[in-house]
Design a protein around this ligand. Structure first.
Ligand SMILES: [Zn+2]
Length: 168
């Protein structure tokens, strides 16, 4: 087994077993650190019900990422696949993390999302496939129930970053 294979295996199993946004976030940061040698800490995650075509966003100049709770819940219910769901969340958070690291071009960010996913997970992994196509490839053919549900209040994700780990 080559070194790349064992890295891909380790990232794959970490992502599959991640049980919280914080755990997926750790994988986002590690994968960017490992492939692009960049890191930023102190980010906060909020969940909000957004239009389905918007996965997440990062208001420039803040430490915040807002993730589309409605989209995540629709995919969660429809797919019943932790693997695909975590790959979607990974993909959306990675995209916003790259913006937060200072890359504001959409084209460049999409290219980097693929580069990081492919390098860390291997090109066959669902994380790399979603990066190559689009996260919305997951929604193809699934009934969009709950789209018209009333918008709920925005919430903050507690314990998103284990900040104490990054004090040096
Ligand atoms: Zn973007």
């Amino acid at each position: 087994m080559s070194n790349d294979d064992s890295i891909a295996k380790e990232y794959g199993s970490r992502l599959e077993n991640a049980k919280s946004y914080g755990e997926v976030w750790d994988i986002v940061k590690d994968s960017v650190n490992c492939s692009l040698h960049k890191r930023r800490s102190g980010m906060m995650l909020f969940l909000d019900d957004l239009p389905l075509q918007l996965g997440a966003y990062h208001p420039i100049g803040t430490n915040n990422i807002v993730l589309n709770r409605r989209l995540v819940q629709i995919v969660e219910v429809a797919l019943e696949s932790k693997r695909a769901l975590n790959a979607l969340v990974y993909n959306l958070l990675l995209h916003e993390y790259l913006h937060a690291l200072g890359e504001y071009s959409e084209v460049a960010v999409r290219r980097l999302v693929y580069k990081v996913s492919e390098k860390c997970f291997g090109e066959e992994h669902v994380a790399a496939v979603l990066a190559r196509k689009s996260p919305w490839a997951l929604l193809k053919g699934i009934p969009l129930e709950g789209v018209d549900a009333p918008k709920r209040i925005m919430e903050i994700v507690k314990d998103f970053e284990k900040t104490d780990r990054y004090i040096v």
